[in-house]
Ligand binder design. Structure first.
Ligand SMILES: Nc1ncnc2c1ncn2[C@@H]1O[C@H](COP(=O)(O)OP(=O)(O)OP(=O)(O)O)[C@@H](O)[C@H]1O
Ligand SMILES: [Mg+2]
Length: 509
């Protein structure tokens, strides 16, 4: 980065200072005078409930949004960023939750993409990327194509991209949501190295143990305002952090009491299926889910979990094998037929598969059951609205109005709407894929309790999660998927964290 001659970086220990930031969207105030101070060479957590305004504030700092009022100071100088590249030129890089990489390009090509103002020698870039990767232990091969990489590796490419452009300040918006526990810990040590090197990292996460483990200071947002700033993380306990975030103490989830062996609700036998690249994704998978049981599926992303959920839900064909619900063979049934037979699905892709982004909250609420809301050929708007209002209130979806498009909801509120809709259908079996990903502490607890309640009412739950703590907390049984197979099985109470971790990595027990 070219140093600004008027700024002596050492004179100002603050890397970032955001003063009185105001940013509104139609009908919503996302930031209402938000303040943030980040020291140089430190890792700073930005915490807050879903919709608190964290991502918006970071987008202001990274030049994506222009605030209506307030001041952005970076390394001591006041800045007004017209674009993300202007912010990057001033030393601010952001890794968004949805990665922005080109799958068919190599790592090195992705790193330079959009930055090349002159002709770059690819061999030189590869060397630079390899050097940077080595310096910060960002293990990834510059010559590999991005589609071949795991989520953790893709994230390292995003970080390398920012480092290659000399970012002094790196913003990571929920970076661990797509990582395994091991990958998250690796990220923790990578950002520590960056801080030791004098850079600053802003870290957003809803997982308090990560904040405790990786971060130096924390700022808490609530309703677009800063309610606590520059707290020393080491002085705080996790319950104190949780309380600061949600405004009251949270309680921990109690593991459900084991149930007696009951009727089999869902039976999957010898399933084979392909992934989107037409490669084998499921290899002879068999499992069953009984009445009153939560069966957890553990595994590193990309080991067939997504395809398994899709095949059970009727969104992907099986090559061979069968899926049965009660005594009924549903292997060739449509997604709608399965839903009506009592199978609910909370997909990993909330938007697109689960929810229609261009529709209103009400339209999304009735998406699965619109026939019930018909009056003649028309949708009975009043009935649909009443149905939606019930879901919104029972599942605490925070929204401006029921006519609002769901594109405007925060991640957590989207998920509440989706889970609410699927549970309101009173299914017998729920397949839930990453149902708490990206949710705040209260949201996670709420959804886990909903799943436990469903189980206690006799439903069968197939819970697919990359969060091992979640699986250990609420599953009756845990199956580990690796390479498209069920690699190991554990009964909830006896499940051993490190054994599961090894099975997830494909190590024989
Ligand atoms: N592009 C947008 N258009 C309209 N409203 C938006 C937009 N982006 C965010 N909002 C609204 O602004 C508020 C703050 O959203 P923001 O995404 O900053 O929250 P967050 O703290 O990052 O939440 P989460 O933990 O769920 O990611 C929310 O009410 C959200 O619905
Ligand atoms: Mg966010």
């Amino acid at each position: 980065m070219d140093a600004d001659p008027l700024v002596d970086p050492l004179a100002d220990p603050l890397a970032v200072e955001l003063i009185g930031i105001h940013k509104r969207f139609p009908g919503v105030v996302a930031n209402a005078g938000t303040e943030l101070k980040v020291k140089r060479g430190s890792i700073h957590a930005v915490l807050g409930e879903n919709g608190a305004g964290k991502s918006t504030l970071m987008n202001v700092l990274a030049g994506v949004y222009r605030p209506e009022a307030g001041e952005v100071r970076v390394l001591g100088a006041r800045r007004v960023f017209a674009s993300p590249s202007a912010a990057l030129a001033a030393g601010v890089g952001m890794v968004h939750q949805e990665f922005r990489l080109v799958p068919t390009f190599t790592v090195a090509e992705n790193v330079v993409l959009g930055a090349a103002t002159r002709v770059l020698h690819m061999g030189t870039v590869e060397k630079q990327v390899a050097d940077l990767a080595q310096r910060f232990s960002l293990d990834v091969d510059p010559q590999r194509q991005v589609w071949q990489l795991s989520m953790g590796e893709r994230q390292r490419v995003e970080i390398l991209k920012a480092l290659w452009r000399a970012a002094e300040i790196l913003i990571l918006d929920e970076p661990t949501a797509v990582l395994t526990p091991q990958e998250a810990d690796e990220l923790g040590s990578i950002i520590r190295q960056m801080a030791n090197d004098g850079r600053s990292v802003i870290f957003i996460s809803h997982k308090l143990h990560e904040v405790k483990q990786y971060c130096d200071e924390a700022t808490v947002l609530r309703g677009g305002k800063t309610v606590a700033s520059s707290l020393k993380v080491e002085d705080l306990t996790s319950p104190q952090l949780a309380e600061l975030m949600v405004g009251d103490a949270t309680h921990t989830i109690r593991r459900p009491e084991p149930t007696q062996a009951c009727a089999t609700l869902l039976m999957v036998e010898n399933l084979h299926a392909l992934n989107n690249r037409k490669l084998p994704a499921l290899r002879d998978v068999s499992l069953s889910v009984h009445e009153g049981e939560i069966v957890g599926i553990a595994g590193v992303a990309g080991n067939g979990q997504r395809e398994l959920a899709d095949v059970i839900a009727g969104l992907r064909n099986a090559l061979s094998g069968s899926v049965r619900l009660f005594d009924r063979d549903i292997t060739n049934a449509s997604a709608r037929q399965r839903f009506r037979a009592g199978l609910s699905y909370i997909p990993e892709d909330r938007v697109g598969v689960g929810l229609a982004v261009q529709l209103s909250i009400t339209d999304n609420a009735i998406l699965r059951s619109y026939r019930q809301h018909r009056r003649g050929p028309l949708i009975a708007t009043d009935r649909a609205k009443a149905f939606c209002a019930e879901i919104v209130s029972a599942f605490k979806v925070r929204a401006g109005s029921l006519d609002q498009r769901i594109a405007e909801l925060s991640g957590g509120n989207l998920q509440r709407l989706l889970v609410g809709r699927e549970l309101t259908a009173e299914p017998s079996v729920i397949v839930a894929s990453q149902p708490t990903r990206g949710l705040d502490v209260q949201g996670v607890t709420a959804i886990q309790e909903l799943l436990i309640d469903a189980r206690n009412r006799g439903l069968g739950v197939l819970l697919i999660s990359e969060d091992l703590d979640e699986l250990l907390a609420i599953s009756d049984r845990i199956l580990v998927m690796h390479g498209g197979r069920i690699a190991a099985q554990y009964v909830g109470v006896d499940a051993n964290r490190s054994a599961i971790g090894l099975a997830m990595a494909g190590e024989p027990a």
